[in-house]
Structures are given as C-alpha cells and as structure tokens.
Unconditional design. Structure first.
Length: 218
C-alpha cells in the first residue's frame, strides 16, 4: 500500500521548490537502500531515505500518480524488482525515472560472501555459508540464472541459507557490511541516478529538530 496516499495529496504549489523523491516497492527495499546509502552517499543517507515512498509492491503506476503532484523541477527515481516485468509500463511523468534491477530481486545483491560473513560474524573455520551458496548461486556472468534466482526465498527465514546456518539472516546489516568495491554495478548505477538527482534539486531538506514526520496512510 502506498504510504503517502495520493487521495490526500495537496494541490501543487508553483512556488514550492523541486525536491527529490525515491519510490521503492516495500520497507525491506528501503532498509537495504538506506544501508547502501550510508556507504555511498553518507552525507545524504538519512534524509534521502526518510521520506521514500512505499508503493506496496511492483506498482510503477502509483509512482507516476504520486509524482505528478510534485512541484515543477522535482526529480523522482522509482526502483523496481524484475518480477512481473511483463506488465505494461505506465506513461512516464516529466522528471520521474525508472530503474529495474538487472537481477530478479534487490535481495540478490546481498549474496556477497564476505559481507555476509562479516554481518553474521562467522568464524574463519565455519564454511557452511560458502557451501550453501555454491549449491545455489549461478555463475557470476550467468544473467539468465540471476534473473530467475529467487533471492527472497533463498534469504528467507525458511530458506536454504537460514537452515544451513541455523539462524535468520539480517538483510539490512548484510547491506551495511558490504564494502563499496563489493557492490554490484547495478547498485552503483542506482546511486549514480540519485547523485544526478541531488545535483539537479539539491540535498533533501532535513526535518526541523523535534518536528513530527508527515502522517502517512497505509
């Protein structure tokens, strides 16, 4: 469900300066992107993700509807998984861009052994993670294999990795533990778009200290 309800949106104010709006499918996507933002755009990470709009699934048409009510000069980026890619794309709004992951899910980009080991604090003698990953992951250059890999299932509480390790996997922590050089080119591409947006409209405006966040429905 869209966390900022378009039915409750204010009228567009021509004097309102443009802003940067990030659209994501769900809270988990936001938490992963926030963790990467602390690595790649640390000075803007908190404000950039604070007001990310939750679409409630792969619903780009909701992003278009919401963004059309933004002030002229705004920049929007809608980040989507590849699931259900066959659905027709909506007509784009001026200033709103779409980014679809090259792999099936955003979670696919957390399958970095070094980052996972650091997040889980595994001992050097513990090789259960690598054994489980070797049995599940495609080769690095096998794009069709990555596009079909269900990383949400693999990383879930009942997935192969959790069962092999005897514990759930802290996805946001894995993202935070991924070093810049370990991040996939797709992740760098998303943040290149966000940096472009920041260069157009300036950094997100931080909330005043003690100010209550805007009420969201959903």
């Amino acid at each position: 469900m869209l966390r900022t309800d378009p039915a409750q949106r204010p009228e567009r104010d021509s004097d309102d300066p443009g802003s940067l709006v990030l659209y994501v499918e769900g809270p988990r996507d936001r938490s992963i992107l926030r963790a990467w933002a602390h690595r790649l755009v640390p000075e803007h990470a908190r404000a950039l993700l604070a007001d990310a709009v939750i679409l409630g699934g792969r619903r780009p048409e909701r992003a278009v509807e919401h963004f059309q009510q933004r002030a002229a000069g705004s920049f929007g980026l809608c980040v989507l998984d590849r699931d259900d890619e066959a659905r027709p794309a909506p007509e784009a709004a001026d200033g709103l861009e779409f980014f679809t992951w090259g792999r099936r899910h955003i979670e696919s980009y957390l399958l970095v052994p070094g980052a996972m080991r650091r997040a889980l604090e595994l001992s050097p003698s513990d090789h259960r993670l690598e054994t489980a990953l070797a049995a599940e992951l495609p080769e690095a250059d096998d794009l069709p294999g990555w596009q079909s890999l269900d990383a949400k299932r693999l990383l879930g509480d009942r997935g192969t990795l959790a069962l092999a390790l005897g514990r759930s996997l802290p996805l946001a922590r894995i993202a935070r533990c991924t070093r810049e050089a370990e991040l996939h080119a797709d992740v760098h591409a998303v943040f290149a778009r966000l940096r472009e947006g920041l260069s157009r409209v300036g950094p997100p405006r931080a909330r005043r200290a003690g100010a209550a966040p805007r009420r969201r429905r959903g």
